[in-house]
Design a protein around this ligand. Structure first.
Ligand SMILES: C[S@@+](CC[C@H](N)C(=O)[O-])C[C@H]1O[C@@H](n2cnc3c(N)ncnc32)[C@H](O)[C@@H]1O
Length: 430
């Protein structure tokens, strides 16, 4: 490392990037501590600015790429760089896949764990993201619609997204036009768009107060782009359907479910199928009962209930309502019970779980610390964990192993291509 004079924005240094960190940033060294440099690859020699502190090291920004590393690739998207939606389009594809596949064993290793059998990375290609959450703001000149820059409030305006399904990508330009008509200067909106099996489902969440002509404009928009449903929420308040042309439907284990507006569903159909297949494959024929914790609106509940009696618990009231309504309409009504329950504050207790055959749990990114404490005390013979965060998964896995479980098998799934995120499914046995 060669230091230069302090610049106005912080210390500058010429560094060599030697590896990639767990979130996809290149890692160099300054003063014997790691310097995290977004959008660099191993072998890059860069002039960097130190911009702050980060987990035992520094965060930085590239001022100039002095020499490109051999694993640098041409990013396919013109928005890559400023757009915070992707972090790793500039990395050689095979090297990217190796790096992603290693995230899970590395996270486990940090907790002193190893999977009995680590299956190869399953890759979901770009262009399959069926759910997107975007932000929009009306400026004096135009509407900006897209993702924020990394660690910034700055919005990057996009009119295409290579991650999204073609139907979602094609919605971006009409959405720009709609929001240009609707929003006043400085008004913002958060848009959740889902491509369901029966068409697009859109939730617009904004402080903008809807006048009668706005509602007419929204209905005309729904008609023009053939939306299944268009809902409106006021800063997170209960979503109100503005236009329901047909129910948006996703099928879980063959059961049609109408997800709540903006509700969580797996981001890709392909990723969901792999997760469901791996969960079902882990369950022996002798099992009769299962608990599906953090169930959402039933991604695993309904495939499990084809054969098993299932208790589903989930924190979002609307998701449980969707799940319960779908169960009532299905042939699995007698095999599914669902409850709205905050599993961090009121985890299902070891005594409640004990005697059951299988627990499936699929928590949010921060994991299931409180729920896992109870699971570890239970006598459930089989636990299948689904997670989108190897770090919190490894923490929870440690608690299960300390409670007497064995981590039998784990599968990493790249449901979030070009990002530092990784989906996974893991099987634990007592
Ligand atoms: C990763 S999603 C999985 C949902 C579902 N298993 C699926 O595959 O679609 C995590 C779920 O946990 C729910 N959740 C988050 N925090 C929770 C809590 N404290 N208690 C119960 N559920 C919670 C979210 O609402 C979300 O539905």
């Amino acid at each position: 490392m060669r230091r230069r004079a302090r610049g106005g924005g912080g210390r500058q240094a010429e560094v060599l990037v030697d590896s990639l960190g767990a979130k996809g940033d290149g890692l160099a060294e300054v003063d014997g501590r790691p310097l995290f440099l977004p959008q660099t690859v191993p072998g890059d020699r860069v002039l960097a600015r130190v911009t702050g502190e980060r987990s035992g090291g520094f965060k930085g920004a590239v001022i100039e790429l002095l020499e490109a590393g051999p694993l640098r690739a041409e990013p396919p998207c013109p928005f890559f760089g400023p757009c915070g939606g992707c972090a790793l389009q500039h990395f050689d594809d095979a090297a990217y896949a190796d790096w992603k596949a290693a995230l899970l064993p590395l996270a486990l290793e940090r907790r002193g764990l190893e999977a009995g059998r680590l299956l190869p990375l399953v890759r979901v290609p770009p262009g399959r993201r069926r759910r997107m959450v975007l932000t929009a703001v009306r400026t004096a000149k135009a509407v900006l619609l897209g993702y924020h820059e990394r660690e910034s409030h700055q919005l990057v305006d996009i009119d295409n997204c290579l991650l999204a399904t073609p139907a979602l990508a094609a919605l971006l330009q009409p959405l720009h036009d709609l929001l240009g008509d609707l929003l006043a200067v400085r008004e913002e909106a958060r848009i959740t768009a889902l491509e369901s099996e029966t068409g697009l489902d859109l939730l617009i969440d904004s402080r903008h107060v809807l006048a009668l002509q706005d509602r007419e404009r929204l209905a005309a928009f729904a008609e023009a782009v053939d939306l299944a449903r268009l809902s409106w929420a006021d800063a997170g308040s209960d979503a109100e359907p503005v236009c329901l042309r047909r129910d948006p439907i996703l099928s879980f284990g063959g059961v049609p479910v109408v997800p709540p507006p903006g509700g969580f569903v797996q981001p890709t159909t392909e990723g969901q199928q792999v997760l469901v297949d791996r969960v079902l494959a882990a369950i022996p024929d002798t099992a009769a009962t299962a608990a599906d914790l953090f169930s959402g609106c039933g991604t695993f509940t309904f495939p499990l209930a084809e054969r098993l009696e299932v208790y589903a618990a989930e924190g979002e009231r609307d998701a449980v309502a969707s799940l319960s309504a779908a169960a009532r309409r299905s042939d699995r009504a007698g095999r599914v019970t669902a409850e709205t329950r905050d599993l961090a504050r009121f985890p299902v207790l070891a005594d409640e779980l004990s005697g059951g055959d299988v627990v499936v749990f699929d928590p949010p990114r921060n994991g299931a610390r409180e729920q896992v404490r109870e699971l570890a005390l239970s006598d459930v013979p089989l636990v299948v964990a689904v997670s989108c965060n190897p770090t919190t998964f490894a923490r929870d896995a440690r608690a299960l192993v300390d409670g007497g479980y064995r981590l039998k098998e784990a599968t990493p799934i790249d449901q979030f291509p070009w990002s530092g995120h990784l989906e996974l499914v893991a099987v634990f046995e007592r």
